[in-house]
Ligand binder design. Structure first.
Ligand code: ZN
Length: 674
């Protein structure tokens, strides 16, 4: 289970809400994108909000790289219908009928029933089917069946009685994926990986027979197929390939991939693409493995992608993959930040507040990969992961490596779409709010870079002391995350960052300090139910860092608790003193790790990072409830438009569509392959 999809929801709820503001010319240009006036959130309906993302760095790609991106995105889009059909056997029929009604209906489009009909259709687009993308429960239309009958008649649209039942009968296929161990998982799941009436037992027997358990390099059995019972009673796989199941869509995908090969950035990339094409033609899972090995090793170049039948979460038995595509381009800004920090890693180590014996003589920064999405399809769209770690086959990962990426512009899109709410509710002064809106995004990115590249790489354990896993046990993760955070916080306000061109001023650090303290002491409590302790390592880390700094700074009033209109706020009176406190705690946390001091780790975390004041907790929950935002978010994709010269594509430009419904209808028209 490598996919970070489950983190999307978490991210929306956990990340602080920042906002970028207009950027004056004097600031380091490469580090801040000017997105003044860009509408990040376009609409909300049901439990969904629709956001947009931009593609930073598009202008830094060559025309050939932009063509490559375009072909990969087109290939991905051609498979869009596959995901609808995988999710449920009636989905495509229902979607097509409802889209026809939406296009052709001449009657009253302002009525309440029409609005409900439109919302239902939007929810289907969002979930690629009539089951909720996250809860897996069937969506309930809020208009009566008589209304749909009327719309069908007036637009001359046909819909089978089975499909109509599927929409309105809550007892029919209520759950896309059932994980109820007392039921037959295959029979009780609506997902279309299995033909009607196929049982869990039949499927398990089938795989029991074909899987070679002694094979150290097993293929991903069943990954690209649907299973059916044949006329003679035996079970067989319908393989997804050109000329096979979903052949019409896959053939178009292959057509675009063949164009992509001609503009590949390098030989390894081209070779991986050729293996992918071969796999789509044959459906051969050995070729899929060869492709994944080639893809894992194709690490040069600015363009990358994931595509295919990849994740198996939608199969209650975990064999069959859902279709998805994500096309990624290098995040040039993040790469530049990382490079600058890597080059100066030793300076940071030498000048840190650590005890000398705990500093590394030769520190090497940890690289991490941030990419920006250029287009997504299938199970990755409109609802998208924020990070991907592939391939899934363990033997390929350990023998040939893997790729782990964060989708930078998607994370940004989520934050920006919710911007403003956090500042208005949890920051007290106009100065704090303005600073956060202006520098919050940069402060967050720099904090992450310092945390990942230098924080985790810093420090050393004293000779003879066991590993943190042995010495610090259950407190190891929270302590380690706190250590990396403290390293980042300590350096954020260092003039060295201005000298290195990473920040324009210490306003960035002040903004991040405001947000960090407010989050650690207040805002993050929204993720807990009343009465719960803090358990999760990152939450414990933020709590103990913020709480310790608050308590230790009390005599100098470094951080002040302010009550206003029944609400609690935190004001930082002295940012430099706070930095010194962060430095002192960093030295102590490093000492605990270096010496394996379990008792000190336990009291630090238990005293400052676990308990929650119930009154403050209740207040935070009340205040969060007033913030606008839906539980689930997804994205409108940018539109890549080819630039033609003599009927040849010579370049590609980007447009940013604003309307979700229009994009969905456009996709269904252009990529309606099944
Ligand atoms: Zn970390």
């Amino acid at each position: 289970m490598n996919r970070l999809k489950s983190l999307i929801f978490l991210l929306v709820l956990t990340t602080l809400y920042y906002c970028k503001a207009p950027t004056p010319q004097s600031e380091p240009k490469a580090l801040v994108a000017d997105t003044t006036g860009f509408q990040w959130r376009t609409e909300m309906f049901a439990d969904i909000q629709i956001n947009r993302y931009i593609i930073p760095g598009w202008e830094k790609l060559s025309p050939q790289q932009r063509q490559l991106t375009y072909y990969l995105v087109q290939a991905g889009m051609e498979g869009r219908d596959i995901m609808y059909d995988i999710n449920y056997r009636h989905n495509l029929e229902i979607r097509k009928a409802l889209e026809q009604i939406y296009r052709d209906y001449q009657g009253d489009r302002s009525s309440a029933d029409w609005q409900k009909f439109h919302t239902y259709l939007k929810r289907i687009w969002f979930s690629s089917g009539i089951h909720h993308h996250y809860s897996m429960n069937k969506l309930q239309p809020e208009f009566p069946v008589s209304y749909l009958d009327q719309l069908l008649q007036e637009t001359g649209t046909s819909l089978s009685s089975e499909a109509l039942d599927a929409i309105f009968d809550p007892t029919k296929d209520p759950k896309k994926v059932s994980l109820d161990p007392d039921s037959d998982l295959v029979l009780s799941s609506a997902v279309n990986f299995y033909g009607p009436d196929l049982t869990q037992r039949e499927v398990e027997d089938y795989f029991e027979n074909i899987i070679d358990k002694d094979d150290p390099t097993p293929i991903s059995y069943g990954l690209n197929s649907r299973m059916v019972r044949q006329a003679d009673g035996t079970v067989a796989e319908e393989v997804y390939k050109v000329g096979g199941k979903y052949g019409a869509a896959i053939e178009k995908m292959v057509g675009w991939l063949e164009k992509a090969v001609t503009v590949a950035e390098n030989q390894q990339q081209a070779q991986a693409l050729e293996l992918l094409i071969s796999y789509y033609r044959t459906g051969d899972l050995e070729t899929w493995d060869e492709y994944n090995i080639a893809w894992s090793q194709a690490t040069e170049g600015d363009i990358d992608y994931i595509t295919g039948f990849v994740e198996v979460y939608n199969d209650p038995l975990g064999y069959h993959g859902s279709y998805e595509t994500i096309v990624e381009i290098n995040d040039f800004d993040a790469t530049e930040r990382m490079k600058v920090l890597m080059e100066n890693a030793q300076w940071f180590e030498d000048n840190s507040p650590l005890l000398d014996e705990h500093k590394k003589d030769n520190v090497v920064g940890v690289s991490y990969k941030v990419v920006n999405v250029a287009g997504e399809s299938g199970d990755a769209s409109p609802s998208t992961p924020i990070g991907v770690n592939l391939p899934n086959a363990n033997w390929i990962r350990s023998n040939y490596g893997s790729k782990s990426v964060s989708l930078g512009n998607i994370s940004d899109g989520y934050k920006m779409a919710s911007a403003g709410g956090f500042e208005e509710e949890f920051l007290l002064t106009d100065e704090q709010r303005e600073r956060s809106k202006r520098y919050g995004s940069l402060g967050d990115k720099l904090h992450t870079a310092l945390h990942e590249v230098l924080g985790h790489a810093s420090g050393q354990i004293e000779p003879g002391v066991g590993t943190p896993k042995e010495t610090l046990k259950n407190y190891r993760s929270a302590l380690e995350e706190g250590r990396a955070d403290l390293f980042a916080l300590y350096y954020l306000i260092d003039p060295k960052l201005i000298e290195l061109g990473l920040v324009p001023s210490d306003e960035v650090a002040k903004s991040e300090y405001d947000i960090y303290i407010t989050n650690g002491l207040l805002y993050q409590l929204r993720r807990l139910q009343l009465g719960e302790d803090i358990e999760e390592a990152h939450m414990r880390n933020r709590a103990f860092v913020a709480r310790w700094a608050y308590e230790q700074g009390k005599t100098d009033n470094v951080i002040e608790e302010v009550e206003q209109n029944g609400k609690t706020y935190y004001i930082i009176n002295d940012y430099q003193k706070l930095r010194e406190l962060f430095g002192a705690l960093l030295r102590e946390v490093q000492r605990i790790k270096s010496q394996g001091d379990f008792e000190a780790a336990r009291s630090l975390i238990e005293d400052y990072g676990v308990k929650v004041d119930p009154e403050i907790h209740r207040e935070v929950l009340d205040r969060v409830a007033t913030l606008k935002g839906a539980p689930y978010g997804g994205f409108i994709n940018p539109r890549l438009v080819p630039v033609l010269e003599n009927d040849q594509i010579v370049d590609v430009r980007v447009e940013y569509p604003e309307d979700f419904t229009e994009q969905m209808l456009e996709y269904s028209g252009e990529y309606g392959n099944l």
